[in-house]
Write a protein that binds this ligand. Structure first.
Ligand code: ARG
Length: 595
């Protein structure tokens, strides 16, 4: 319709004013809610042709369009705004076409699909996943679904930082204090058990440092020479040398952690096509660094450490190998990026990583560029903000961060309690109920996090997230379940939707409102993929659910006597449920059929 209007307006300019205007320059918008009309044309650019007031110009054009386009029902003018109303029949036909198109993503597909890697999660193997990882995993997974739905070839990847000094710390504490404790003997989830030893390391180390400070050591010397730290560093050197005993313990404890992670990923509903391990990529990284050193792209300091000088790029100097030759965090990223390029020949690699690492990724790109890898232009840091709990809320057992498993469990438990209060699910068997509570609990968590612009810091408020009446996942799920219940009821009454009848229905204003929102779906998904912003889809879901609820409140679907209108309402509701389901699927959120 927008195109038709543009064409006709250009024609009007020619006929009425003998002027020529480029169709592409004619801007048509959807009419804002507070005005009457469907499409709005702002006439100011036409005044150089009409040589008249905006009001008169708008009226001229409005008259011309009404006389020459049968779809137009009427118009009104507010200052230079021409608000055009399209007849109901046009909307019915539009809906009919939308209803019959099987593929909701047809208009989202890009002309030139790319190979895109999306790296997300990327945990360290010294502690369990926390609330920040939840946001990370949800964003990464949703970005994957959005890009893939737009036709790109997307590979979900993860880099597990399974080696390095921080990993040695938990291993060392286990060797010293563990008495052979395992997940089996302790009954603890593997990642939590290892996390416990990481905390033990920190506690013992802190005590040592304080002791040394009391003895008059300065801060840095105390931190470097505390026995726990010295031993952890020795362990790392041994690990890099392939020491059998160190490697055995490392493998065993990491395998505990992986089992734990697996479970958290399963609960969150995320997965990966390819997992990289730092223990396998750091060596290549180190070799790359040494090669670049030979070519004088990097330099060595007196103590033997190797550095990149990025001052020419507006960044700092950055250490790449320590004086004892061991690799640092960024060393493996160099190796990992190269491995990924060789494995997939990606045009883009998105790193879903918190904004505290903005500098790290600037440096990584700059170093790879210096090393001559032109594809490094395609490395993109998808930087997202911090997520916290409201003040005074639970802390994890480690006492520092909010544990992911705890949050998930608590959300599901809250969903159960709330549903019991509402008492709507009594007739349903227990396993089915469990599935519903899982979907609601996770839907609340996921939606609340994903509805926020990824760049922004946020507070996750569990109670607010599960409120059935707000801008929440459960509200949208409830709207969906409500439609499903109407459809079940229709079936039980023997009422079948018939799409061939659609053309004879004339929609009311609320129905036109719904149709307008439905037709926006593809544009919203396209924008979300171009701006890498799932929150656009989340908020679209909310708008659609709210619009539907108002409609449902005002109009009866199955109680409608006229069969054509009833059929239209049923199919409009059904399509709304499909769009809601699909949009929430893009966010990784499952929908219960009843709740
Ligand atoms: N494991 C790191 C951390 O917990 C994040 C890794 C991010 N990804 C990367 N390619 N550096 O801080």
């Amino acid at each position: 319709m927008e195109n038709i209007l543009r064409k006709k307006i250009a024609e009007a300019v020619k006929v009425l004013y003998n002027g020529a205007i480029d169709e592409a320059q004619i801007q048509i918008q959807e009419t804002r809610k507070e005005f009457t009309g469907d499409f709005t044309f702002v006439v100011f650019p036409l005044m150089r042709f009409s040589k008249n007031t905006p009001e008169k110009t708008a009226d001229d054009i409005g008259k011309y369009l009404t006389a020459n386009l049968s779809e137009i029902e009427g118009y009104n003018v507010i200052k230079g705004f021409l608000n055009i109303s399209i007849g109901g029949k046009w909307w019915t036909d539009l809906f009919s076409a939308f209803y019959n198109s099987e593929d909701l993503f047809a208009d989202c597909r890009v002309k030139n699909p790319e190979v895109i890697l999306v790296e997300y999660s990327s945990p360290n193997t010294n502690k369990p996943l926390h609330l920040g990882h939840i946001r990370n995993n949800l964003l990464g997974f949703s970005i994957f679904r959005i890009l893939e739905s737009c036709g790109h070839k997307v590979i979900k990847t993860n880099i597990v930082n399974d080696r390095g000094i921080h990993i040695c710390k938990s291993k060392l504490a286990w060797v010293k204090f563990g008495n052979g404790e395992t997940p089996e003997t302790s009954g603890m989830k593997g990642d939590h058990l290892v996390g416990k030893y990481y905390v033990m390391f920190e506690t013992a180390y802190k005590a040592e440092v304080e002791n040394l400070l009391k003895k008059g050591y300065d801060d840095e010397t105390a931190r470097l020479s505390a026995p726990m730290m010295v031993e952890a560093r020795e362990m790392l050197v041994k690990w890099e040398a392939g020491d059998e005993e160190v490697v055995r313990i490392w493998k065993m404890m990491n395998s505990w952690v992986y089992e734990g992670f697996e479970e958290t990923y399963r609960l969150l509903g995320v997965d990966f096509d390819k997992i990289y391990y730092e223990s396998e990529t750091w060596k290549d990284g180190k070799e790359q660094v040494l090669k670049a050193l030979e070519k004088n792209i990097l330099f060595r300091k007196e103590d033997g450490s190797v550095w990149a000088d990025l001052t020419g790029e507006g960044l700092d100097q950055k250490v790449l190998l320590r004086s004892d030759g061991t690799a640092v965090y960024i060393t493996q990223d160099i190796g990992t990026a190269i491995a990924r390029q060789n494995d997939y020949h990606f045009s883009k690699c998105l790193y879903v990583v918190g904004n505290e690492q903005n500098y790290h990724f600037q440096v990584l790109k700059a170093i790879l560029k210096k090393m001559g890898y032109e594809w490094s232009d395609g490395l993109i840091h998808f930087s997202y903000g911090m997520v916290e709990l409201p003040e005074g809320r639970m802390k994890s057992r480690e006492g520092t961060v909010v544990d992911a498993d705890d949050i998930i469990r608590e959300m599901i438990a809250t969903a159960r309690e709330l549903s019991a209060e509402l008492g709507k699910l009594e007739a349903i068997p227990d396993e089915d109920k469990d599935e519903i509570f899982r979907k609601i609990g996770l839907g609340a968590l996921k939606y609340f996090i994903l509805k926020v612009d990824p760049k922004k810091n946020m507070t996750f408020n569990p109670a607010e997230s599960i409120d059935f009446n707000g801008n929440t996942g459960p509200f949208i799920q409830y709207t969906y379940a409500r439609i499903k219940s109407v459809m079940r009821k229709a079936r039980s009454l023997g009422i079948e939707g018939d799409s061939s009848l659609l053309g004879s229905a004339i929609p009311c204003a609320k129905e036109v409102g719904l149709i307008k929102l439905l037709r926006k779906f593809a544009a919203v998904v396209t924008e979300a993929s171009e701006t890498l912003n799932p929150s656009l889809i989340a908020n679209y879901c909310y708008d659609l659910a709210r619009e539907f609820n108002q409609y449902y409140h005002d109009y009866s679907i199955l109680g409608e006597k006229d069969p054509v209108t009833r059929n239209f309402r049923l199919l409009l509701s059904g399509k709304t449920s499909v769009v809601l389901y699909t949009a929430m699927w893009l966010l990784g959120i499952e929908m219960p059929e009843r709740m």
